[in-house]
Design a protein around this ligand. Structure first.
Ligand SMILES: *[C@@H]1O[C@H](CO)[C@@H](O)[C@H](O)[C@H]1NC(C)=O
Ligand SMILES: *[C@@H]1O[C@H](CO)[C@@H](O)[C@H](O)[C@H]1NC(C)=O
Length: 231
């Protein structure tokens, strides 16, 4: 871009060289040159203005770009947090479902049994034993994980005129009772929802003396339990 000073300098040189020439021609030429100089000056001014506008524009764009970069960094950080959260949440869910998958059992009594005091009732016929946590030889369920569990027991008297009292026990502590009137093949039942630590045991025991009370078998008396939710 030619600077105004340069243009003026060139014009001055031309004018100086014309000073000695014919006065009419010189006047005309001078006025034409003056016009050209003015035009050039105006053009120069416009270019200077435009140049300034470009500079301002670039400054604004640089600021804008800087802001955008900061926003991108923020979004990237946020994205990383969300990804981490989703991954940990996913693994948490996997962990619970792996440990808690299919923990549940149902077992019934095969034949009528005479029961002594505090005798554990061993429900020996397994219908379901997902997770293998119920022992059909000892009659206890052992919690494989800490969590919330449900247990149900039904006992039926064998008609020997003896009432039957059964208790659901958690590590020796009674958490539910079922009673059946012995005179009429009565059934007693109970459902309990209970928290268990991993390793705690639940079973059903007869808790009435004198001993000798009988419980009916052939699938009428049964014990079931399952994990509702692992903690
Ligand atoms: C057991 O049943 C018999 C006959 O139905 C009844 O007379 C008796 O009162 C009942 N006993 C109890 C404790 O409910
Ligand atoms: C107890 O339940 C059995 C079914 O398991 C049923 O046959 C019996 O009649 C019931 N006893 C009474 C008194 O309702």
């Amino acid at each position: 871009m030619p600077s105004i000073a340069l243009v003026q300098f060139v014009c001055l040189c031309v004018l100086t060289s014309l000073v000695t020439c014919d006065s009419d021609v010189t006047k005309e030429t001078l006025s034409s040159l003056q016009q050209q100089v003015q035009t050039l000056q105006a053009a120069c001014q416009r270019q200077n203005d435009e140049h300034q506008e470009f500079k301002d524009c670039i400054k604004r764009l640089t600021v804008e770009n800087h802001k955008q970069n900061e926003r991108i960094e923020d979004l990237e950080a946020e994205n990383k947090l969300l990804k981490d959260y989703l991954q940990s949440d996913g693994s948490q869910q996997r962990r619970v479902s792996e440990e808690g998958a299919g923990i549940g059992f149902s077992a019934s009594l095969s034949t009528p049994k005479a029961l002594g005091e505090h005798q554990i009732i061993v429900f020996d016929t397994v219908v379901t034993n997902d997770g293998d946590s119920y022992d059909p030889h000892q009659g206890h369920f052992t919690a494989p994980v800490t969590g919330l569990y449900a247990f149900s027991v039904t006992v039926m008297c064998d008609g020997s005129e003896s009432n039957l009292h059964a208790a659901i026990m958690r590590d020796g502590q009674m958490i539910g009772k079922a009673y059946a009137n012995g005179s009429s093949y009565d059934n007693g039942s109970k459902l309990v929802v209970v928290q268990l630590e991993a390793g705690q045991m639940v079973w059903v025991e007869h808790f009435s003396d004198p001993s000798g009370y009988k419980i009916h078998g052939y699938g009428h008396s049964a014990f079931s339990g399952f994990l509702i939710m692992a903690y």
